[in-house]
Design a protein around this ligand. Structure first.
Ligand SMILES: NC(=O)c1ccc[n+]([C@@H]2O[C@H](COP(=O)([O-])OP(=O)(O)OC[C@H]3O[C@@H](n4cnc5c(N)ncnc54)[C@H](O)[C@@H]3O)[C@@H](O)[C@H]2O)c1
Length: 631
């Protein structure tokens, strides 16, 4: 790594119980900052980039060193201020205040564009903090694996619970529920993907979690990927079971596994748009359909069909303008096929890659015309030569006379919002000791605290999903950097678990303190109208008071570090979000802070959804005594 012209040695956070700062409350942020930049964790540590495009942990290597030096000298009643990856001041505060306060990538709204951000970044004035990169609580790919496991789990509970053997209700079922899905859902009553076929595309950094998340939910996953090296990598990492040599083989395996109720994941090397056209041609409708190709980027992400992968890479290099047109055209094909399969009954959802937006743009820019008689969803398919005509889909039927990609719902309103209404969200923790045995002990503690079988041996259905995840994560997830775990917990359960962890530290059952934090993608900490707050019931998608209130509340309650960020997940101008991390060091003071913070943080999610009119949130507030300030 370069550092003022000299090589910076690869970073690895200190392990063990010996402190290099003055307390665990400052040792923890120091270790977590270093851990974010550990080459096992970070995508491009040389450039301080942790994940998500250009998401950084500190602005420059000099800034990194300055933050570490400040943390080493910080007293128990002082707070370090970090402005977009740079230490800018130390304040006298008090023992229960956060030890670090962070603001990343914030811009005045009228100036909040990528162009302006990049200009200011080039001047050395800011950095892009993504969500957990600049707030020092990234834990590698386990985060997206668990998020995808939750999404598939919520989908299974919504569409398949208590309906063994029935196929999904498809678009009608989805439309019936619409954005009201925050209300009256069959939550936690045992639905899984057993005997269901999930079809998707993309086995990249994030998309590569899909096959394992589907099999962890007991389903069959068939994934199209154009790049054979990605397929090999996922097999090597045990995220994917096997690769088929042809679409015939892939479909035969997938259908056999679906019939047998076996949990199997299969990749096929082909364009995702072509796979869907092939399914239509063969009259095969998957139970679940989504996509995680890199459709957010029309040039350097998504790969067009109608040419080999090598030819696409050459076109990208030699004629980017034509590549972009081909890319847009394929996305329109791809989404047309998704709409047709949705019409035929596949439960179809957008998984946060903006394929809907780009398909719509493709039509607006004149690169595709779904109403034209010769529009050919899957027209680039080489294996079948499938076209709208020989697929026997009238174009207007495939796409509707109004080609509307947004008939496909986003994953948050469809599956995640009901969980948000319960104050549920990502609860992650890291063993500062570096000892995997500490995480094994905490895994056992989760299973003991929330068992899926009660004392008399009866099943506790609403805990089965959590316990299955914890057991399988223990077996299947390889740690990156400091050992860590994540699961989703709701209001009440987060505080309970935090106190259990603090007791484990106090009793010496783990060898050093534990930090507890979360992604900013949480129930009450993000405003992101194209993702987390898409389609809010009261239209409050773009209201950004909530993440700010969340950060203020976590500060008031004494989280160890608190952050506010702009642009994470969806880019500059599109989101505002907040994070918190708290240390369980085994002391009674920590127990009081944990109780306050891990109650207040999910309470923000309940408040946010009560305010937006979700009945489920109102019920949770009533049942669990969340004070919604209704005089
Ligand atoms: N739902 C979420 O919470 C969430 C989280 C992170 C990322 N995302 C989005 O998901 C997408 C995937 O992210 P990633 O990190 O895996 O990206 P990535 O660039 O690492 O991987 C994308 C993969 O898709 C493949 N691909 C591209 N076009 C294809 C096509 N037409 N057919 C088949 N394969 C194709 C590429 O070869 C690559 O392997 C991105 O758009 C990202 O913004 C969503």
């Amino acid at each position: 790594m370069q550092h003022q012209g000299i090589l910076h040695p690869p970073l690895r956070a200190p392990r063990g119980a010996r402190l290099s700062c003055k307390s665990w409350l400052t040792e923890a942020p120091m270790r977590m900052l270093m851990n974010n930049l550990d080459p096992e964790v970070a995508e491009r540590p040389d450039e301080l980039i942790v994940y998500g495009g250009s998401g950084k942990a500190a602005r420059t290597w000099e800034d990194f060193e300055r933050i570490v030096a400040c943390l080493k000298r910080l007293e128990a009643d002082e707070t370090l201020l970090v402005q977009s990856g740079r230490a800018v001041g130390v304040l006298k505060t008090h023992a229960d205040a956060p030890r670090v306060l962070i603001s990343n990538s914030m811009l005045v709204p009228k100036w909040a564009t990528w162009e302006e951000f990049r200009r200011l970044e080039a001047m050395g004035l800011t950095m892009f903090g993504q969500m957990t990169a600049g707030s020092w609580i990234y834990i590698g790919t386990q985060g997206i694996l668990q998020g995808t496991y939750e999404t598939f789990g919520a989908l299974a509970r919504k569409h398949f619970a208590g309906r063994e053997g029935q196929r999904g209700k498809g678009a009608e079922g989805q439309r019936d529920r619409g954005i009201e899905t925050g209300n009256a859902l069959p939550l936690h009553d045992g639905g899984t993907l057993r005997g269901r076929l999930v079809v998707t595309g993309g086995l990249g950094g994030m998309g590569g979690a899909q096959p394992l998340a589907a099999t962890m939910n007991e389903g069959v996953c068939l994934c199209a990927e154009v790049d054979p090296s990605r397929i090999e990598k996922r097999i090597r990492d045990r995220y994917l079971d096997k690769a088929a040599r042809s679409v015939d083989e892939a479909l035969a395996w997938a259908l056999d596994a679906r019939r047998a109720g076996a949990a199997v994941s299969i990749a096929v090397e082909m364009n995702a748009a072509d796979l869907l056209a092939e399914l239509i041609r063969r009259d095969l409708t998957p139970d679940v359909l989504t996509d995680q190709t890199s459709a957010h980027d029309v040039l350097n992400g998504y790969v067009p069909n109608g040419m080999s992968y090598a030819a696409a890479l050459a076109l990208r290099r030699d004629d980017p303008e034509r590549y972009i047109r081909e890319s847009y055209r394929t996305m329109a094909d791809h989404v047309a096929c998704m709409l047709e399969l949705q019409r035929r009954g596949a439960i179809t959802f957008d998984y946060g890659n903006n394929i809907r937006g780009h398909a719509k743009e493709a039509v607006e820019k004149g690169f595709a015309d779904p109403r034209a008689a010769d529009f050919r969803p899957g027209g680039g398919s080489r294996s079948s030569g499938a076209t709208a005509r020989n697929l026997a889909i009238a174009p207007a039927e495939a796409c509707g006379s109004d080609f509307d990609p947004f008939r496909i719902p986003g994953f948050v309103p469809e599956y995640i919002r009901p969980l948000f209404c319960e104050g549920q969200g990502p609860f992650r923790w890291v063993a500062l000791s570096g000892d995997p045995k500490d995480i094994a002990r905490t895994d056992r503690a989760v299973l003991e605290t929330f068992p899926d079988v009660d004392a008399s041996g009866r099943r506790v259905p609403h805990r089965e999903h959590l316990c299955r995840w914890i057991r399988m994560a223990g077996e299947r997830v390889a740690f990156q950097g400091l050992p860590a775990r994540i699961c989703w917990l709701g209001y009440g359960d987060r505080a309970k678990m935090g106190l259990v962890f603090n007791d484990l530290v106090a009793r010496g059952e783990v060898s050093a303190p534990i930090v507890i934090g979360r992604d900013h993608l949480d129930c009450g900490s993000v405003a992101s109208p194209n993702r987390e707050t898409e389609g809010m019931k009261d239209g409050s998608d773009a209201i950004a008071d909530w993440p700010i209130l969340n950060a203020l509340a976590n500060t008031a309650c004494g989280a160890t570090w608190v952050s506010v960020h702009h642009g994470g997940g969806v880019g500059i101008g599109y989101s505002i979000h907040a994070g918190q991390v708290i240390v369980a060091d085994g002391t009674p003071e920590a127990a009081r802070r944990l109780q306050r913070v891990l109650t207040a943080d999910p309470a923000m999610g309940v408040f946010r959804h009560v305010d937006a009119g979700y009945e489920r949130a109102e019920a949770v507030a009533r049942e669990r005594g969340v004070d919604g300030a209704r005089a």
